[in-house]
Design a protein around this ligand. Sequence first.
Ligand SMILES: [Zn+2]
Length: 158
Amino acid sequence: MTLKFAELPDHEGFVAPVLPNGEPAPSASAFTKTFVGYQAACSCGWTDRRRFPATPEGSKEAEYRWWSRHAPPLLAAAPPSWLVTKSNLLCEQIVSLAAERPLAALTLLSQIESWQRTLLDQAVSRARETGASWAEVGEAMGVSKQAAHERFRAHVST
Ligand SMILES: [Zn+2]
């Protein structure tokens, strides 16, 4: 059984049987003759450190670790899929506009650039106010902790 959220397309959780050598099996469906316990894992490479007994209850507990430990911080940083769809559509429409009426596309892109900068500063401020670390801010933006801090420290009070 795989564990999944639509907002997290790159993360498929599974319960990995722990092999006698102490290593988790590479996938839930990996052939394992004997196993000594269960451990939560994810297609992204994450593995839970905690082991559970090789029982149906142990499997359920391991499964719950993916839902309760791995997914929540990822979901917090994942935009709603309907909004991602809208954003992608807007991008495609601007690409078409730029091909047909480049000056109109420039006007629109300049408008977007001005509000995008303001919104970015506001979102970073709000993330910091609500307890996000610079590492989390960087990760959400796909940059390093240092890059995020250097770029926004002057605009953000904390
Ligand atoms: Zn994952």
